[in-house]
Design a protein around this ligand. Structure first.
Ligand code: WQD
Length: 337
């Protein structure tokens, strides 16, 4: 299938593009490289033994969409492109609504104009807000920040679009906490600046790039008092996108699946797992809770298991070992300076 992948140079995008190429799909990546490096695509091509097409640009730009659809005639779209920092979204809500919501409307309109009917959308478990895990797909939603609200709004927009167009097949994937890297160590997560997320921060403490991890609170109602999340290997997540794509071919309408392991791990359990991977202690200090954090979030992945035949297979230890291999081989991420 010809698959257009927006944001395909990014962390989850690059791992998904690799699997698509290895599975025989033809891929065109559109990415403005605002939070990604073209080097990731060069390495994806090296690993896959074949290249994706690439257009540097923002899907909110009509000329970029016209070129992508005109030149490539995609049969499906996997839509990763968007801004994704919770804290930043509270400072720049209009940017998030423009870059996430408005851009997705433009993309969906271009798909309709060009007879492209399959769309996999990168959503997030953040839409569940402060609910009680394990989360099923029909759990109440209630995003607590502009970023989460953009994901929730886009889900609703795509549901309305699917209700109006009987040919449209939408697969919404609600990711829990993606971590890890391709086992080759050639591609991985390369956050700009100081990482917001736990595992890339831990990885940089382990490599000496950062001095100490701040554990945001140890007074939650959890096993050891620290926050619990459902960490899922990025390779498992990538496989979930291909499974969703295959499902959509003969299932028009609006579909939603949680992509998580179904198990929670605490901050301290992640730290200890990473210490096993890197072979030395990780310096940390307990600090006050981070505003907006929930105590626990983890998936009930039964629907994806049942309908997509998808299941997370990699363990937390494997996630940490793969992250450590990527971080060790690429201490500055894709920047070679
Ligand atoms: C995990 C746990 C923190 C950093 C966010 C987004 C979500 C998705 C993934 C985009 C929490 C603790 C963290 C640190 C810490 N992003 N922590 N010290 O907040 O669950 O999810 O990223 O799609 O949408 O909401 O992930 O990795 O930031 O935090 O103690 O320096 O680690 O309190 O318990 P989160 P996270």
């Amino acid at each position: 299938m010809r698959v257009l992948v927006t944001g395909g140079a990014g962390y989850i995008g690059s791992h998904t593009v690799l699997l698509l190429l290895e599975s025989g799909h033809d891929v065109l990546v559109v990415d403005d490289l605002s939070n990604a490096s073209a080097e990731s695509l060069r390495r994806v091509a090296e690993l896959a033994g074949r290249e994706p097409g690439f257009i540097e640009g923002n899907i909110a730009d009509p000329a970029v969409l016209e070129r992508a659809f005109g030149e490539f005639s995609p049969e499906a779209v996997i839509h990763f492109a968007g801004w994704k920092a919770v804290g930043e979204s509270t400072q720049l809500p209009l940017v998030y609504y423009r870059e996430n919501v408005a851009a997705t409307v433009a993309l969906a309109q271009a798909m309709a104009d060009h007879g492209c009917h399959l769309l996999v959308f990168s959503s997030s478990a953040t839409v569940y807000g402060d609910g009680t895990p394990p989360f099923t797909e029909d759990a109440p939603t209630g995003a607590t920040n502009p970023y989460g609200r953009t994901k929730w709004m886009i889900e609703q927009i795509l549901a309305d679009a699917a209700a109006a167009d009987p040919q449209l097949a939408v697969g919404v994937l609600r990711y829990f906490n993606p971590i890890g890297a391709h086992p080759s160590g050639r591609i991985g997560e390369d956050p700009r600046g100081i990482p917001n997320n736990l595992v890339p921060f831990v990885a940089q403490v382990a490599s000496g790039r950062l001095a100490q991890l701040a554990v945001f609170g140890d007074d939650y109602d959890t096993e050891d008092g620290t926050g619990v999340r459902d960490y899922v290997h990025v390779m498992d997540l990538a496989a979930g996108h291909l499974a969703a794509l295959d499902y959509l071919v003969d299932h028009p309408g609006w579909n939603v699946w949680n992509l998580g392991t179904g198990h929670g791990a605490s901050v301290l359990q992640v730290v200890h797992a990473y210490e096993q991977a890197c072979g030395h202690p990780i310096a940390y200090a307990v600090k006050p809770r981070r505003p907006g954090d929930v105590a626990a979030s983890f998936a009930d992945p039964a629907k994806a298991n049942r309908e997509l035949g998808w299941q997370a297979t990699r363990t937390l230890d494997e996630m940490c070992a793969d992250t450590y291999r990527w971080q060790s081989a690429n201490p500055n991420g894709y920047r070679t300076d």
